[in-house]
Design a protein around this ligand. Structure first.
Ligand code: TRP
Length: 455
């Protein structure tokens, strides 16, 4: 009896840790606006299919590489390829991608701080619902406020990494994640009952196939990789902590499904409100900051206390979810600087803060004063996000599956996947999974990768 319990606890702990990394702004903030920009229901369908057929096999690959090599992402490739110079070099890529992401991730973290502050001041409860859009515009186009909130968010995150209170924050996120889940359910219930919201529900569940373009595929796959924290060595590192007797298929599928669910739920919380408020679904990165306050402002007319309480809790939980992700993104660079450049932890944190802070300021200003500065038709923020999610993550994931499919012997993967042949179900489906990893994922990623340059 005690044994089964212990085993269950182990698996649940793995899923929770991985889901903690996966579930973040990617699901709540990025997924809904991607849906709005790239084809509504059609995007959602492509996203679900590509999560199950492509991202999940890539996720499994990262976990297997991690567990097999039992080390961090940089050394994993070196060790498993017996120090082949090319693969040794590949291990460096996942050091830089997280830092680029942290730079603009913390801009959105800063927006959550501002909205938390506004919630505490009861701004949404006392203003007319239609005023929430103007509030957002004034805020993001201002040259100062979003820059300060961004730097504040990054400073606290870097401070946590420097002070080593990471595990405390992560324990905290085990509480806030369920709270966020409950809040989203309440918001869904409220938002689907708003007048005009039915169009938003239709928008999500009725795919309009004419909206399906090569762009939809490219962005859906990028979103799916981003949301599962793929292509950054994060899952390789987590994989190295997974116990030998753990069933990799079960834990990875559990993580992917919870991540998917969180994203879809965020879609149902936000899209109906977007339509009810008459906001353009393709409004971009500000989508949740325009639609959710609208919901709270409407709710305040009938239930002022609930609305005030929910808005404070909602933005607080978002801050925590974003901060746990931001901390792990920063930690990669910090540990690299400590080990390779011999910096102390606090000096490394200062260096990373300056680097990400500087880049992030540019991203933040691209919503206001630098809005006209466009590279390849994109603002700096969009460019950063595009380069990371649509190029670098795909590239790194491609290298991972090629490594697993063509460098590692099939026997090694089989051994990891079936725990040495002791899991009959995994054994039976191994040929399918291997085929997905070796052929389907690389071909799909290459096609999408090239599509990105032809759009
Ligand atoms: N997946 C996270 C999200 O959805 C963001 C993220 C991407 C991440 N890569 C990561 C978080 C690596 C931690 C580590 O918000």
């Amino acid at each position: 009896m005690a044994k089964t319990r212990e085993h269950f606890g182990g698996r649940l702990a793995v899923i929770l840790a991985m889901a903690g990394s996966a579930i973040g702004l990617g699901n709540i903030w990025r997924f809904p606006y991607m849906v709005g920009e790239h084809g509504g229901g059609a995007f959602v369908m492509v996203y679900i299919v590509s999560t199950l057929l492509i991202s999940l096999p890539v996720f499994l690959t990262e976990v297997m590489i991690g567990r097999r090599s039992h080390t961090n992402s940089r050394d994993a490739f070196a060790r498993l390829s017996r120090h082949h110079p090319f693969w040794k070099g590949v291990g460096y890529l996942p050091i830089f991608i997280p830092l680029l992401i942290a730079s603009y991730y913390s801009v959105i973290g800063g927006w959550s701080v501002e909205y938390f502050w506004q919630s505490c001041r009861q701004t949404f409860v006392t203003m007319s619902p239609d005023g929430t859009g103007a509030l957002f515009n004034d805020y993001v186009t201002s040259p100062w406020r979003p820059v300060w909130t961004h730097l504040f968010f990054l400073l606290v995150s870097a401070g946590v990494v420097a002070g080593g209170v990471k595990s405390g924050i992560e324990k905290f996120s085990k509480i806030t994640l369920p709270v966020l889940f409950v809040l989203i359910v309440v918001i869904i219930v409220y938002s689907v009952t708003l007048p005009g919201s039915a169009a938003g529900v239709r928008y999500l569940i009725h795919p309009d196939w004419s909206e399906l373009t090569p762009r939809t595929f490219a962005y859906a796959m990028g979103q799916s990789f981003y949301s599962l924290s793929l292509g950054m060595g994060a899952i390789i590192t987590y994989g190295s902590y997974v116990k030998k007797q753990e069933n990799i298929l079960a834990t990875s599928t559990g993580t992917a499904i919870s991540d998917l669910l969180f994203a879809i739920m965020a879609g149902f919380a936000i899209m109906p409100a977007v339509f009810a408020a008459g906001i353009e679904p393709g409004a971009g990165p500000g989508l949740i900051f325009q639609s959710i306050p609208y919901v709270f402002a409407r709710m305040a007319a009938q239930l002022p206390f609930l609305s005030a309480l929910m808005s404070i809790l909602f933005f607080l939980t978002i801050i925590v979810a974003a901060m746990t992700s931001c901390i792990s993104l920063i930690e990669v660079g910090v540990s690299f600087l400590m080990e390779r450049a011999g910096l102390s932890r606090s000096k490394a944190c200062v260096a990373i803060f300056l680097f990400c802070g500087g880049l992030g300021v540019l991203c933040s200003l691209s919503f206001g004063p630098l809005n006209d500065l466009k590279i390849a038709g994109m603002t700096l923020f969009d460019l950063f996000d595009w380069v990371c999610s649509n190029i670098l993550l795909l590239l790194m994931s491609l290298l991972c599956v090629l490594f697993a499919g063509f460098v590692l012997p099939r026997r090694v993967l089989h051994d990891e996947f079936t725990n040495g042949g002791t899991l009959p179900f995994n054994d039976r489906i191994f040929p399918l999974v291997y085929f997905l990893i070796k052929w389907v994922a690389p071909v799909a990623v290459v096609i999408i990768f090239l599509t990105n340059f032809m759009l």
